[in-house]
Design a binder for this molecule. Structure first.
Ligand code: GAR
Length: 216
């Protein structure tokens, strides 16, 4: 059984997609052992409670400095003994000691086709605002492993989504979630749980039905 810790900051619709995926069998052999939020008001915490998943809030605001917060966060992760850490709309920079300890065992969902519209300052609705400002016709979502950079780790899965003329950032965000995020995040977790995901030379490969699929 893959022990997953899911980190959240807000609404938690991606957390919900994982919970639903485990229930409906799209994600096999996986258990969410803990939800960690940096925001005590995150609706994601309610979703965890409703589904009887242990949760904890570790907020940088409650610690004297970043070092103390990082230690508390690491402890909260370690206590759950995870095989996989899923950043599902988690808007806090992951401390380097956690990245080192859980190398290629932390994944993130990002609401664009990396390397477009990603990096520092690109999160949540801001990504979709910039997509519309630039006038691109195709956007999408990416699941990737987390390394020391911002959105620079090996790419596991991507899915494109059409941008429409009358889109607002909110409408586009919803379409990207429905047509991409809530599909590829469960798919990536399932592939990891089945031991089909490997990283070599900074690129990710998913073995599928006996065949190799290179997503690098
Ligand atoms: C999602 O769109 C996710 O891709 C994004 O935050 C949203 C969280 O929604 N993450 C980032 O922008 C990370 N850079 P949710 O709380 O409903 O899952």
């Amino acid at each position: 059984m893959l022990r997953a810790v899911v980190c959240v900051s807000g609404g938690g619709t991606n957390l919900q997609a994982i919970i639903d995926g485990i229930k409906n069998g799209r994600i096999g052999n996986t258990e969410i052992v803990r939800v960690i939020s940096n925001n005590k008001n995150a609706y994601a915490l309610k979703r965890a409670e409703e589904n009887h998943i242990p949760s904890v809030c570790i907020s940088p605001k409650d610690y004297a400095d970043r070092g103390e917060f990082n230690r508390a966060f690491l402890e909260a992760v370690q206590k759950a003994s995870p095989d996989l850490i899923v950043l599902a709309g988690f808007l806090v920079v992951i401390p380097e000691e956690i990245i080192a300890e859980y190398r290629n065992r932390i994944i993130n969902i990002h609401p664009s086709l990396i390397p477009s519209f990603c990096g520092t300052g690109y999160y949540g609705l801001k990504v979709h605002e910039r997509v519309l400002e630039r006038g691109v016709k195709i956007t999408g979502a990416t699941v990737h492993f987390v390394d020391e950079g911002t959105d620079t780790g090996p790419i596991i899965l991507q899915k494109p989504v059409e941008v429409k003329e009358d889109d607002t950032p909110e409408i586009l965000q919803k379409r990207v979630m429905e047509q991409a995020e809530w599909i590829i995040l469960p798919e990536a977790i399932n592939a990891i749980a089945e031991g089909r995901v490997e990283v070599k030379n900074g690129k990710c490969r998913i073995r599928k039905d006996g065949k190799d699929r290179d997503n690098g």
